[in-house]
Design a protein around this ligand. Sequence first.
Ligand code: UTP
Length: 223
Amino acid sequence: MKIVLTMGGSVLIQDNDYKKIGEYAEIISEMNTEHKLFVVVGGGKPARDYISMVRGLGASEALCDDVGIDVTRLNARLLITALGDVAYPKVPHNFMEAMEYSESGKLVVMGGTEPAHSTDAVGSILAEFVGADLLINATSVDGLYTKDPHKYDDAVMLKEITASDMMEILSNKDTKAGTYEFFDNTAIEIIKRSKIKTVIVNGNDPENILKAIFKNIGTTILP
Ligand code: UTP
């Protein structure tokens, strides 16, 4: 299978624990032996910290986004380092570069591309570009909930949801730099228009990323 894996920054960068990045690299290398894999890495807390500082200094939202993108690319370099020879050494800055680097046969790891969306959107656009069979979104919750599970006790996790219903549940969310909440609209639009099978899993346990391929886990978005 051709798989695009999007890893939230808060999943990959946990308390600056580089050993955890090594655990993800092992799982990703294992997956890469059987599947053609592409990985997109998010910004996490370091991105939010930088965005908050640059915003404080008077930056525009676009500049804040751009600084966030730089951090996602630095995070991608961490994973590339942990993957060693398995990964292409450079982080592509756009989709054409990603496809070009992939021609080497090495695993491509990228971060953000341009302002005004999150790396979830990057993952779905990359999935379109490469014709992925599966898009896996590794996040820090078990799947998509009816409400924010960190704030509401009565939030219920959905095993399956259509892209259109998902847009309704996630409407009215914040779209400022550093706060593209759980799945941005661009990502859902792309999943819908290209009918990309997508599974959202809790990536805090690296094994869940593997399970997303063959087990009924997390939330499946039905295009
Ligand atoms: P993330 O993809 O990590 O955004 O990119 P997020 O959803 O806000 O953060 P998580 O998922 O909770 O970790 C970090 C920031 O980088 C900018 C945005 O400002 C985003 O919030 N960014 C990222 C872009 O503007 N374009 C991109 O393609 C990617």
